[in-house]
Design a binder for this molecule. Structure first.
Ligand code: ADP
Ligand code: MG
Length: 668
């Protein structure tokens, strides 16, 4: 029995290999999938159910075959779908397809769409990993919508909208951030346009009552939400929101959703949904990165006897897009950061004027904490870059802004032809701002995955883009630990990176950037820098970075860059609590700063006023940013963390999924 099964698998393996050689000879684009299948054929024959191999094989065919290659309706060819139009062969409702091909104007599927829509339509649970910007959203929306219509044909007709009920939600899509939930909501509404499916969003930071009225009035078939708000409305009896017949449950940015900050919330949500044995539902997990520590949680989410995993990233390949060159600029100190960004921005703006094919300058600048975002926003806005007439529009997004402002700024940046978004990690994942030409990361990213997600804001949907990581020289060693196996190349072309203020005569261009930034520092409210100082002292130090080095860097920035007479004080209590009281260079005391009336929502005196100088803007580590899941409670009661080596699921995931599998060292 076992023997014959193995023989069958081996035959399929051979078939897979034959497919592969054909595909290689055709020089198709989908090499990562081929590699994935190859491994499958060689090493996983014993552990992967036959049906899954077959599925992958069909999937692989579908990704690889030229779109016009097959037109017959033979059983094999029904999987061979790479054009949206051909989804009719798989029974997808014409109204869904019309929204994609006519309204959105997409003809050919991306690889991850081609590979996931087929199996998802068949009802299996899915774990899917594909690079950022490759269209994962439609990859899960299409099967979710089709499943709804297939089970209730009245949902296909726009007339259904009159009867939709918020007490009968059929699909829930969860996102880690509010901005991403809103964005998925917009795409889902576009897809629903010719059908009767009603899509609603529920995110934290908005008026719950108003949103509830809207849901009760208009009904809701598909709800896109952040976990905190979803749990809140589903457990509040007065909201009249329920999902007794839920059919689809999707986690976008799945690894983040299963990470410690969110895992408990997700489990609580799953607990209030009807049990799968009573109401069958499909679970779809999509992400660009899947680190080792969430693998077991992923397992506890899907039906392990009826799931498929699709991976369009070869584990040996870099998880960022090859067409996004990634530069590392090592600066003398933090005081070089803003002048370096000015220089690079000027260079890019000039280049886009010279070269009509170059993208207009549209940049995101990421910082790992909110306070630095607020400070940088003020500084850049008062340089010529932010000039109302001659500069570019500058926006900020972080968790201290009201949700209305966050949504407005995201929308404005999305629409902007050129501009700068200064952001904390709340926009690092999933956000699809079109035509972003540059992603700047200033300071150490919290970890490798976060670096990858931030870079993924550029080079989306086949476009070009550039990544720039700007670090002080003292941070490079730590960056090597955090960022192995990525195509980051040192770049020495930025002249402002190496100038030491007060030493020597700089090149006139460098002097221009430093002078411009100096003037802007003077106009920025002092408490903003004090908060930045505090927040950067609160960052994760890692293996090689020590607090003394950070204090030195911050003090130099303060004294030589901002030209303050003394560094911001840390209150005695805070210094003691944070172990900073004996660190050389820390000034213990209480500072008070004048209130800046321009800013809403930021109380006066920082240090003293805040009862001991808390962590300024807070460390916005992963961009949950917005709800009760912000705090990183350790440990989760959800899932088990011990790894069982004989578990086929784990074995497959460990070898195939782990985005932190770090075979190589840093490239810089
Ligand atoms: P991901 O979730 O993989 O990061 P998104 O779903 O946000 O990617 O999609 C990235 C961009 O590509 C979006 O603007 C989306 O509308 C566009 N897109 C999606 N599918 C296609 C397609 N088949 N052809 C062209 N563009 C597409
Ligand atoms: Mg996405």
């Amino acid at each position: 029995m076992l023997k014959s099964s193995l023989q069958r698998h081996a035959r399929l393996g051979n078939l897979a290999r034959r497919q592969i050689s054909t595909l290689v000879s055709q020089q198709i684009r989908s090499r990562p999938v081929v590699a994935s299948c190859q491994r499958l054929a060689q090493s996983e024959r014993q552990v992967v159910p036959l049906r899954q191999i077959a599925l992958r094989l069909y999937s692989q065919q579908s990704a690889a075959a030229p779109s016009s290659a097959r037109t017959d309706d033979s059983p094999a060819s029904i999987y061979n779908v790479t054009r949206f139009e051909d989804l009719t062969k798989l029974g997808v409702d014409e109204r869904i397809i019309r929204a994609i091909t006519v309204d959105m104007g997409y003809d050919t599927m991306t690889e991850v769409q081609s590979l996931t829509i087929n199996p998802a339509l068949k009802g299996v649970d899915l774990v899917a990993q594909a690079k950022t910007g490759t269209g994962k959203t439609l990859g899960f929306l299409v099967p979710v919508f089709q499943r709804l219509i297939a089970s209730d044909s009245s949902l296909a007709s726009p007339q259904h909208r009159m009867r939709a009920s918020s007490e009968d939600i059929r699909a829930i899509i969860l996102s880690p951030t509010r901005e991403l939930a809103e964005q998925i909501g917009v795409e889902a509404r576009k897809l629903a346009r010719h059908t009767g499916i009603v899509v609603q969003t529920a995110v934290g930071g908005t008026r719950k009552r108003e949103a509830m009225h809207k849901m009760n009035r208009e009904g809701c078939d598909v709800l896109v939400a952040t976990p905190g708000r979803l749990y809140d409305i589903m457990t509040d009896q007065s909201t009249r929101v329920a999902a007794p017949r839920i059919q689809s449950f999707v986690l976008d940015e799945a690894d983040r959703m299963l990470d410690v900050g969110f895992a408990d919330a997700i489990r609580e949500i799953v607990d209030i949904l009807p049990p799968i044995r009573e109401v069958d539902r499909q679970t779809l997990l999509y992400s660009a990165t899947i680190p080792r520590d969430v693998v077991h949680l992923a397992k506890s989410m899907v039906k392990t006897d009826n799931f498929d995993f699709v991976q369009t990233i070869n584990p040996d390949e870099t998880p960022t897009h090859a067409r996004v060159p990634q530069h590392l600029v090592a600066t003398k100190g933090y005081e070089n950061w803003f002048p370096a960004v000015m220089e690079l921005a000027d260079r890019a703006i000039e280049q886009s004027k010279q070269d009509p094919d170059a993208l207009p300058f549209k940049a995101i600048i990421f910082f790992s904490n909110t306070a630095t975002v607020q400070f940088a926003n003020r500084v850049f806005k008062s340089t010529y870059l932010g000039h109302r007439l001659n500069g570019v529009p500058i926006f900020d997004i972080h968790s201290k802004l009201s949700q209305d402002t966050r949504t407005r700024n995201a929308e404005a940046f999305r629409r902007a032809r050129t501009g700068i978004l200064i952001s904390s990690d709340v926009t690092a994942r999933g956000m699809d701002f079109p035509n972003v030409s540059h992603v700047f990361q200033l300071g150490l990213p919290p970890d490798r995955d976060q670096y990858i997600h931030r870079v993924g804001r550029t080079g989306r949907a086949g476009k070009n883009g550039e990544g720039w990581l700007i670090l002080s020289e003292d941070e490079i060693k730590e960056a090597r630990y955090r960022l192995p196996g990525l195509p980051i190349k040192p770049n020495q072309t930025v002249k402002s990176a190496t100038h030491v203020p007060g030493q020597g005569t700089p090149d006139p261009e460098v002097a221009k950037y430093f002078d411009e930034v100096s003037r802007a520092y003077e106009r920025a409210p002092r408490d903003l820098f004090a908060a930045t100082y505090n927040a950067m002292l609160g960052q994760k130090f890692g293996r090689t970075l020590n607090v003394e080095a950070i204090v030195r860097l911050l003090n130099n920035w303060c004294l030589n860059g901002l030209r303050w007479e003394q560094t911001p004080a840390i209150s005695p209590k805070s210094a003691k609590n944070r172990g900073l009281d004996r660190v050389p260079g820390i000034r213990i005391g209480i500072d008070t700063y004048e209130r800046d009336d321009d800013r809403r929502g930021f109380g006066g005196g920082f240090g003293g006023g805040r009862g001991g100088g808390g962590f300024g803007g807070g460390f916005d580590r992963r961009g949950g940013g917005s709800n009760r899941n912000d705090n990183f409670n350790s440990g989760s009661r959800f899932g088990s963390r011990d790894r069982r080596d004989n578990d086929p699921f784990s074995r497959r995931i460990n070898t195939d999924f782990d985005s932190r599998r770090q075979p190589s060292r840093a490239s810089f």
